[in-house]
Design a protein around this ligand. Sequence first.
Ligand code: IMP
Length: 184
Amino acid sequence: MSPSPTGEVLISSERLAGRVTELGAQISRDYADKDLVMVGVLRGAVVFIADLLRSLDVACEIDFMAVSSYGSSRDSSGVVRILKDLDDSITGRDVLIVEDIVDSGLTLNYLMRNLRARDPASLEVCALLTKPERRRVDVPIRYTGFEIPNTFVVGYGLDHAQQYRHLAHVAELPEDVDPGSGTR
Ligand code: IMP
């Protein structure tokens, strides 16, 4: 059985649902006349993109990428490797990258450069969580769910060593767990 963290609940499932509904409405307005493809970044964004998708009332396709950063998840190195690429072309399409959390910003910076080179009509980012204090490179985030302090969090798709993704809320990792071995 998966362990249950005793860390403090940072964002309840009710607050998550409310914010996802708001983001969905905003994205639906902004992309009403566009050719939207949401690109989910595996694996952490799976829960978020599934809820976000159901809150849209515009036509939308989804695709996925999996990337791994060298270094521990606590300290991204900025050297990113593509483990799974998109299945379809994004040339001429309106691409919205859907991320679980932006920490240093290095992964997202790499992803944006990589996807921009494929000539999409537009390229924007929707991140459920962001930790502004940890930012090492400036990345433009068009849609943000919640800004959180510099703390390691799990739940709603986010993991520590592949655990806790199933939690319906976002919780702080208990203090006695070393976040150094976290994975995407
Ligand atoms: P960045 O390149 O430093 O912005 O790292 C972003 C990635 O690190 C995210 O997509 C997550 O996979 C991972 N990450 C960063 N902070 C956390 C956290 O608090 N909990 C779980 N994963 C995290």
